[in-house]
Design a protein around this ligand. Structure first.
Ligand SMILES: [Zn+2]
Length: 451
């Protein structure tokens, strides 16, 4: 007999365009899948009271450097330029495999706690061949759904980020793929975290794009951010190299020419926007509405917890507020009423369904749809910061915070229940605190040795 869970009497926001919302409904989960969504279901199942809760698909974070969990909050005032020096040239070189494991474990638990059920882990911290194994293991142990995006080493800023001549080692990417990702239907999938033109020589760019395509894994790359990459014209360069394609996710996209937007849209590429980081660190305006104008389906990402919070509520609000503020200013200048504002419902779709699309997982997650994986979040809408509910979408996007994420299921398994993670959180915290102490010590030692 399959394992059955019945979520009873919740306000269900399926995000499935066919199903829509059920102001009061039941969700039946059988093993790892959603078996039924109806106003009322009778089934021999473990019944979970969802009355007073808003039931949504899990959030999807399409780009986070999870390895940075151990250095959370170290760079509150950093610009993107500062970040390259303070994080990539200071902390990254002293990271051991154990630090990556601790960060990925704690970071993935942080995601689950906040209702993020799918994570693209952009792991450019592969300083030794033990590092990728440690990163994958950290994710795996938490039961999160994740795309592990294998990136370069980061032992020196000069070697890896300025016209880098070093290609990500294909043999090791293949080893990791064959060791952990031989089946494509598990919780973990794989990608290649590439640096791209400007950061690497053309030969390296070509080699990395060809590697990903040869190994059959998608590509993710930072583009069009800040003074640095904003001027590279990376999309034009990639187009010149003949490398644009539907298997590539472009992160940030703040400084694109019209032509670059069209090139991305025409090539079937996907986009991930990290609004809080972009606004705060100088990447540029988060182009959420802009990307929609080009027919794209943008997703949201957290990017770096060194500098911004790690939850999706922050990103939703950040994108929503910034995009509308910018539009209001443009229309103020024109002396006309503002038009074309993003809506709260669009933001929820962007944070769930679009995320799954961008992560290449729309066939299995991103909406509450019969037959999809049961990646489900219950938001406690009886909480004092949410009640009384007038509109369930508003409750999630503009009222709720992490404290209201009551229960979280990934593939039909409770990972958080009644407000508590079902994991050894104490151990994860200890590991990440020990890692913090070691990293801070190693950086101090290096500085003392250089003085
Ligand atoms: Zn990033």
């Amino acid at each position: 007999m399959p394992n059955r869970i019945l979520l009873r009497g919740g306000h269900i926001l399926t995000m499935d365009p066919q199903l829509g919302d059920l102001p009061r409904g039941d969700v039946l989960i059988e093993d790892d899948k959603i078996a039924a969504i109806e106003p009322r279901i009778e089934a021999d199942a473990e019944v979970v009271d969802a009355n007073g809760r808003v039931v949504i698909p899990g959030f999807v974070d399409t780009h986070r450097h999870t390895w940075e969990s151990a250095i959370r909050g170290v760079a509150p005032n950093a610009t993107l330029d500062d970040y390259f020096v303070d994080i990539l040239d200071t902390f990254a070189p002293v990271y051991t495999a154990d630090d990556v494991y601790a960060s990925n474990l704690a970071g993935a638990l942080e995601c689950l706690n906040a209702g993020i059920t799918t994570l693209v882990d952009w792991s450019h911290i592969n300083n030794t061949p033990e590092h990728p194994d440690a990163g994958v293991r950290g994710l795996q142990e938490t039961g999160i759904r994740a795309q592990y995006a294998y990136g370069s080493a980061n032992t020196s800023l000069a070697d890896y980020w300025f016209e880098s001549k070093i290609v990500i080692p294909k043999d090791d990417v293949r080893r990791i793929r064959d060791t952990y990702f031989s089946s494509s239907d598990g919780l973990l999938t794989m990608g290649l975290a590439t640096r791209g033109p400007g950061f690497c020589t053309d030969d390296v760019v070509r080699a990395e794009w060809e590697m990903a395509r040869d190994l059959g894994i998608p590509i993710t790359v930072h583009v069009g951010m800040g003074r640095m990459a904003g001027r590279f014209g990376m999309i034009k360069q990639l187009d010149g190299l003949g490398l644009l394609g539907p298997d590539t996710t472009y992160l940030h996209c703040c400084y694109f020419s019209e032509e670059e937007w069209q090139l991305v849209a025409r090539s079937g590429g996907t986009v991930s926007i990290a609004p809080q980081v972009e606004a705060q660190m100088g990447h540029g305006w988060p182009p959420v509405a802009k990307s929609i104008e080009y027919g794209l389906r943008p997703s949201l990402s957290i990017d770096v917890v060194t500098t911004v919070p790690g939850d999706m509520f922050t990103q939703i609000r950040s994108a929503f507020g910034i995009d509308r503020a910018r539009r209001n200013e443009i229309y103020w200048e024109k002396n006309e009423p503002a038009e074309g504002h993003l809506t709260a419902r669009q933001m929820l779709e962007i944070a769930t369904l679009n995320g799954a699309f961008v992560a290449g997982l729309e066939d299995r997650t991103g909406s509450l749809t019969v037959g999809k994986q049961a990646d489900v979040v219950l938001i406690d809408a009886r909480a004092i910061n949410i009640a009384p509910v007038h509109d369930a979408v508003t409750a999630v996007t503009l009222c709720a915070d992490v404290s209201n994420v009551e229960s979280v299921l990934v593939a039909g398994q409770f990972r958080k229940r009644d407000g508590k993670l079902l994991a050894d959180v104490e151990r994860a915290r200890q590991l990440v605190e020990n890692s913090r102490d070691r990293l801070v010590g190693a950086v101090a030692d290096k500085k003392a040795a250089a003085a």
